[in-house]
Structures are given as C-alpha cells and as structure tokens.
Write a protein that binds this ligand. Structure first.
Ligand code: ZN
Length: 223
C-alpha cells in the first residue's frame, strides 16, 4: 500500500501530513442514534498522522478489539496556520475539502466511555482515518451544502448534508483554534451524519461527497 500524502486536485501537495482534529456529535440525528446527549459545545478529539491512510486503496481494519464502525465525514485540509483565528482567517486557510472515514472501535469506545476514560485507543489507532484526495475548496457558502454518502455493499447507509452540522465549518475551525493551533497540512473532520454501523471483512464501500468525489474501497483484515 502507498504511503499517505495529501493530494489536491489530482496533484501531490507540498503540505506536510499533520494531525487530524475531529468533532464528535456534530449532527443531531447521529448523537441520538448512539444515545448521546446533544453537546452544548463541540466535542473534540485528535487522531495522529499515523492514523492517515488512503481511502482509494483497500482499507485494513483490526479484528481483535471488537467491532469497527464506519463514520463518513467531510474533511477540511488546512493550508495556513490558525491560532485563535477569526472566521475570515479560517475561510482563507482552507486548502481543500475531501471525505474521510472516522473508523471507530465501537465496543472498545463503549467500554472506555463507561469507565469515563479517554477514547484514544478506539479512535486514534494506526489506519483509523482513511482519507480521500482533496478538491480545491468551494466558495464558503457551498461548504454547508455538501452531500455526504456511504454505500455498503450497494446499500445506502449514510446520506447526510453538511447543512445539518450543529457547528458549521468556519465556527468549528475558530473553536478548534482556541485550543489547538491548526498547522498547514492538518486536517479537520467535521462529524458524521446518522447511519453509522459495523464493517465486515470483504465489504465493498462507495464513499461520495456531492458530485465531486466518488470512490470505492474494500475492507480487508489487518495483518
Ligand atoms: Zn466521527
């Protein structure tokens, strides 16, 4: 399998591969399907760069830690450093949008949540962030009109729209940058719409973002 590197508009990017900052429960229906309360502020967590793999190649998942769920999410590639930024600075720093899987070891996450422990192992493991190539950012207004879809073995499982985010992209970047400096080459995952579920070895996935990204992958076992 190829080493992960950012691709923007079909070309390898000069941006380094950095961390992935993620938001949990950013769509109300997804919070409900996991019986989580709606957050009053964004719930943030981080995947390290070692979580990034290509989504257009077979995706290997661990099978020894219980169930592994897909969560399909719009991804934002950061092109400029952001610390305690404004919405305008955030808009200018977007280098591309893409689509990613926030792979989640759900059984392990449930155990950790029950013990009030951090989710890290369930969300930040090696290969936990299969990532598409990016396309040049759309107009800011279009960020909140992106259709996010996942088909599993031909069946439509997730069909959401970024219009339904509880915290839209620009306020989310502003919020994140109050805690974590976003550096060029970092990625922000913007939360999953409803319809998450378990992956099985041999699954064929089709992942798409509006009519701009449409890719296929298969699920294989981690060696
Ligand atoms: Zn997620």
């Amino acid at each position: 399998m190829s080493e992960y590197g950012h691709i923007v508009n079909g070309v390898s990017s000069q941006l380094p591969v950095g961390k992935v900052v993620c938001v949990g429960r950013n769509y109300a229906e997804h919070a409900r399907e996991l019986n989580n309360p709606l957050p009053t502020e964004p719930v943030l967590f981080i995947k390290p760069s070692t979580a990034l793999v290509r989504l257009d190649e077979p995706v290997s998942i661990p099978t020894v830690f219980g169930g592994c769920h897909y969560e399909t999410e719009m991804a934002i590639l950061i092109g400029q450093s952001l610390t305690a930024c404004s919405e305008q600075q955030a808009a200018e720093a977007i280098a591309g949008i893409g689509i990613a899987l926030d792979l989640t070891l759900r059984d392990l996450q449930t155990q950790l949540k029950e013990k009030s422990l951090p989710w890290e192992k369930a969300k930040a493991f090696d290969g936990a962030c299969p990532m598409s190539a990016f396309i040049a950012p759309p107009l800011t207004a279009e960020l909140q009109h992106q259709q996010i879809q996942l088909r599993q073995n031909g069946q439509l499982k997730q069909d959401g729209n970024s219009a339904d985010m509880l915290t839209p992209v620009l306020p989310l970047l502003v919020y994140i940058s109050q805690f974590f400096t976003l550096q060029p080459g970092d990625i922000v995952l913007t939360g999953t719409p409803a319809g998450v579920g378990p992956l099985a070895l041999g699954d064929r996935l089709q992942v798409s973002l509006s009519n701009t990204i449409d890719l296929y992958t298969t699920i294989i076992e981690r060696n």
